[in-house]
Design a binder for this molecule. Structure first.
Ligand SMILES: O=C(O)C1=N[C@H](C(=O)O)C[C@H](O)C1
Length: 288
């Protein structure tokens, strides 16, 4: 049985005049949950986690946990200073979360052996499952297949959010069957699921979440032609959402529906006008 499967939305963090907009965060959480998603990730990349203080990250988590049951909430945890990261882990574990999404320490580019030591140390300290987050274009370092296989033997390491960009790696992990493979590159969701991935953590699923949920159902039911149709109907939107640094386009799209203010924290900026125009034109085709 998979521990992590289906559609998980890495929540944006709404801001208003520089502060976290908690009412908007909770309204968005309610809205997404109603669409049948399997869960949310708080303080992932899309949540602009590095622009939040540790206290703010915990406040965001607490606000989401008031709306979404803990078994449907995963918390992102990143950093490079082990005592700080461990302290944050301890604080998170005082809350009822389903798991922790853990990327490699960014910027430092440690060896694979050092990565094994880092993840093992944190997994040893965790009472909840760990989802490895392989996102080399953000952290600067790849989690290689041997490293992942070694980490997969840890009882607390159960899944991977796969943004590694290597089909070979994805196929090997799925064939191994040791980790739940969650697609982390939205445009690869159809192929990952068809190959046997268990689900996706997809930022673009903020929009049309019900269609993403339907895609999972269609694949489960072996309705491949239906699933293909659903996927290709979503693909232009998925592509559009990453034409500006994430989550700028998503926040703009959600602001059009009145779900939040179109505000990001430095060093991110709102999407440029040409992206906003393309998002508007695209969404105008749908009555939502
Ligand atoms: O926040 C996330 O989790 C995601 N982040 C990716 C990224 O921008 O690096 C995109 C993915 O859809 C989910």
């Amino acid at each position: 049985m998979s521990s992590f499967s289906g559609i998980w939305v890495p929540l944006v963090t709404p801001f208003h005049q520089g502060e976290i907009d908690f009412p908007a965060l909770q309204a968005l959480s309610t809205h997404l949950l109603k669409q049948g998603i399997d869960g949310v990730v708080v303080c992932g990349t899309t949540g602009e986690a590095p622009t939040l203080s540790k206290d703010e990250q915990l406040q965001v988590l607490d606000a989401v946990l008031e709306i979404i049951p803990g078994h449907q909430v995963v918390m992102g945890l990143s950093g490079t200073h082990l005592p700080t990261v461990s302290g944050m882990l301890e604080a998170i574990l005082q809350r009822p979360v389903a798991g922790i999404l853990l990327p490699a320490p960014y910027y430092i580019r440690p060896s694979q052996a050092a990565l094994v030591a880092w993840f093992t140390e944190l997994a040893d300290r965790s009472s909840v499952p760990i989802i490895l987050y392989n996102v080399p274009y953000r952290t600067g370092i790849h989690l290689e297949l041997d490293t992942l296989r070694q980490l997969a033997t840890h009882p607390k390491i159960v899944a991977i959010k796969d943004c590694g960009g290597s089909l070979e790696l994805t196929l090997s992990l799925i064939a191994d069957g040791q980790l739940d493979v969650l697609c982390g590159e939205d445009a690869q969701i159809f192929s990952t699921l068809c190959h046997g991935g268990t689900g996706a953590i997809a930022a673009s699923a903020h929009l049309f979440p019900e269609k993403f949920v339907n895609l999972i159902q269609q694949i489960k039911m072996n309705d491949l032609s239906g699933a293909r149709q659903t996927f290709f109907s979503l693909l232009p939107m998925m592509r559009l959402m990453f034409t500006a640094p994430n989550p700028a386009a998503i926040k703009y799209a959600l602001s059009l529906d009145g779900l939040l203010h179109n505000e990001l924290r430095a060093p991110l900026l709102p999407a440029p006008e040409n992206v906003e125009r393309a998002v508007r034109n695209h969404l105008n085709q749908y009555s939502r």
